[in-house]
Design a protein around this ligand. Structure first.
Ligand SMILES: [Zn+2]
Length: 286
């Protein structure tokens, strides 16, 4: 176990923002009837399917676990972040916010372009911001963990997106974003890969950091850099679960994830930070 599970009301007894973990780096964040999804990956194809087949979103899992969305954010476009985004957008009518690779995926899947927004800034430009109901979103260019023998898996952009469905390896990484989410006076930050680019982040002291665990040991001094750059009040660990297993089963940690060591180093590098996990589909309020 990486850390003890957060009880739903453990971070703020009067919390008004609901944060539900969808497995991997996926979250549903809801306030006052508006729902923002980040990196929702509900299909959780088996390892065999990922190796052998073109990946098709699981419509039943999507209908069950992502029934509503006003906006869907793609932090990057690896399959375990982006596979389900076009299908959820088509089903819910949500707007998609993502890289040019995410835009290409949505276009090829038939999502109306009026509901797809490219959040890559112009070279040298400021991070893109967006409003979704009561949510204020800011997309800070970030980086992906070099978790595959010192390299980013499936690097590059998706530009040749003429064929859907496609194999797992053709979901190239695309641009990577850290996402700042301001709503109801709270600040959440989502890091969907275990790497960060300090320059754009500022010491924002988020009320809750949604932190990817997978591949963190490949990023030098990762826990200390996270603590120094962000100074979060609470950290909810994500992307530590074996996502080749279905959502209905209890989460099983990925091999060699070393979550306890990450938690220990984060706690040592921070002051009074609360660290926790959620069960699959569990929720916490802030
Ligand atoms: Zn990735």
């Amino acid at each position: 176990m990486i850390a003890e599970p957060f009880a739903p009301r453990s971070l703020a007894p009067g919390g008004v923002v609901r944060v539900q973990w969808l497995g991997t780096a996926g979250f549903a964040i809801e306030h006052a009837g508006t729902v923002v999804l980040i990196d929702p990956y509900l299909t959780r194809a088996s390892l065999r399917r990922c190796l052998l087949d073109r990946l098709v979103p699981d419509a039943v899992a999507i209908a069950r676990h992502a029934p509503r969305a006003d906006a869907i954010i793609a932090g990057h476009t690896h399959f375990d972040h982006a596979l389900d985004i076009p299908a959820i957008a088509l089903r819910t009518g949500a707007t998609v916010l993502g890289s040019r690779s995410a835009v290409a995926l949505c276009r090829a899947s038939g999502v109306p372009l009026a509901r797809v927004r490219d959040i890559e800034p112009a070279p040298g430009g400021e991070p893109v911001v967006a409003e979704v109901g009561p949510f204020h979103l800011r997309f800070v260019p970030s980086a992906h963990s070099r978790l595959l023998l010192g390299r980013v898996p499936f690097p590059g952009d998706i530009s040749d997106c003429d064929q859907i469905p496609r194999r797992a390896g053709r979901y190239r990484c695309g641009a990577v974003f850290a996402v700042e989410i301001r709503v109801a006076g709270r600040l959440l930050v989502h890091l969907g890969s275990a790497e960060l680019v300090e320059a754009g982040l500022g010491r924002t002291e988020p009320d809750l950091l949604l932190l990817c665990v997978a591949g963190w040991t490949a990023s030098r001094d990762f826990p200390e850099r996270v603590a120094r750059a962000l100074s979060p009040r609470a950290v909810l660990f994500s992307h530590w679960d074996n996502f080749f297993l279905p959502l209905e089963r209890p989460a099983v940690a990925l091999p060699a994830v070393q979550g306890a060591r990450l938690a220990e180093r984060l706690a040592r590098a921070s002051r009074d930070v609360k660290l926790g996990v959620l069960p699959l589909l569990g929720e916490v309020w802030i």
